[in-house]
Design a protein around this ligand. Structure first.
Ligand code: GLA
Length: 398
């Protein structure tokens, strides 16, 4: 169960206050709880989660805040502060909304209902500072935050792992995005100044300290929100499954690409259509890179970690083909600079942010350089974020 904190402390953020006030304006009373649900980055292990592989994400200090209060009339009233939009639904006749955003909240209620858990209605006002469609998992934050809040309000006695799994089910079944488990895992299980290594086959996880005073994590947001991200993502996933299916003829014990050694994949290249082989090779190599990255972290060898991130970047671009001209440009310009030890696109792909490991003393100059280059090449401004690694979902009591 999550610990409760008092929301009226000195460190109450502006954002939290805005959401609290928004709740009061919308619903005419105080919320019972406020939930902080963070976004995430991923150091390495991209597109490996749904292949039973490893990932190395972290929750960040950008979050969605949800102010919540119970209702007893079976109504669901949601208010999106940033979008200035409202939704009203009913728990008995719960169905997908054409507006899009309510589905992240409705999806987790729908999954709770499938598990026989009844909710008697809820008010939710939410908003935050995770850029949407930027590869930082604002949707998983919303799902994880909603579930954690419902858990607290209705004493559902869900464990953190239940919340992670339910959030993923909501996104897969209700929203229709066939995502893996990484994003919600990081949002719920994150820990300040740490990354978490998740084995997406066994769901075992371990936190690794990531306290790096000499290096800063800088995100460069390309501002590209690719419209095809869901369908292309689902296609990649199908290509991996096809690869596994075809390889099972000669490797009968395998369940996912996690079980396929690189040598066995190379030996059986001729069995796979070229594109499927290319996708599988990227994934198998990426899973191996996560193991190597963990060794590098244990040895405090950030240069090696940066090299591995750069290899991932190449793989995402040429093997898995999930990058775009803008993020390729940002990666190229970043790696030209001596202050950068690793740079790559983060998240599902086709736009969003690049993640850069930058010498701390040079990070301001790095940001200025990148903004100037981007403006010159694409004629629009580049938003950069310096992020810190944060704790996972937290409940504050009103
Ligand atoms: C998206 C998905 C995750 C993961 C990443 C790629 O963020 O939601 O499950 O597959 O893409 O690593």
């Amino acid at each position: 169960m999550h610990s409760k904190k008092n929301i009226s402390t000195d460190n109450t953020t502006m954002l939290e206050k805005s959401i609290l006030n928004h709740y009061r304006e919308q619903f005419g009373s105080d919320p019972e709880i406020i939930v902080r649900a963070p976004g995430r980055i991923n150091l390495i292990g991209e597109h490996t989660d749904y292949n039973g592989g490893l990932v190395l994400p972290a929750a960040i200090d950008k979050a969605i805040w949800l102010a919540m209060g119970k209702r007893s009339d079976n109504l669901l009233k949601f208010s999106a502060y940033d979008l200035q939009d409202e939704f009203q639904g009913h728990v008995i006749t719960l169905k997908k909304s054409e507006k899009g955003w309510p589905n992240y909240l409705l999806g987790v209620i729908s999954e709770l209902q499938k598990d026989g858990v009844e909710i008697e209605g809820v008010n939710v006002a939410f908003g935050g500072d995770i850029p949407i469609g930027a590869g930082l998992s604002s949707s998983a934050a919303l799902e994880s935050g909603m579930l954690s809040g419902l858990n607290q309000l209705f004493d559902l006695e869900l464990k953190k792992m239940d919340i992670v799994k339910l959030a993923q089910r909501g996104e897969n079944r209700f929203v229709g995005m066939n995502c893996g488990i990484m994003d919600m895992f990081a949002s719920v299980m994150g820990r300040a100044e740490s990354v978490v290594r998740i084995d997406c086959r066994s769901l075992e996880y371990e936190h690794f300290p990531f306290h790096t005073p000499d290096y800063t994590i800088v995100l460069c947001d390309s501002g590209v929100k690719h419209a095809l991200v869901d369908s292309e993502y689902n296609t990649r996933r199908r290509e991996c499954e096809e690869g596994v299916h075809l390889l099972q003829a000669v490797l009968p014990g395998i369940q996912t690409l996690r079980d396929v050694p690189l040598a066995a994949l190379l030996e059986n290249q001729a069995r796979l259509p070229p594109v499927v082989f290319q996708r599988c090779k990227y994934v198998v190599e990426e899973i191996a890179r996560v193991f190597a990255a963990c060794d590098a972290l244990k040895n405090n060898d950030l240069k090696e970690l940066g090299d591995l991130m750069n290899q991932t970047s190449e793989g995402l671009r040429h093997g898995y083909e999930v990058t775009c001209a803008e993020t390729d440009f940002l990666v190229d310009k970043a790696t030209e600079q001596a202050a950068v030890i690793g740079a790559r696109q983060v998240g599902g792909g086709f736009g969003g942010c690049t993640l850069n490991l930058v010498k701390a003393s040079e990070s301001n100059r790095f940001i200025e350089n990148m903004q100037a280059e981007y403006q010159q090449r694409f004629g629009r401004s580049l938003v950069c974020h310096v992020v810190k690694l944060a704790d996972g979902v937290e409940i504050m009591a009103a």
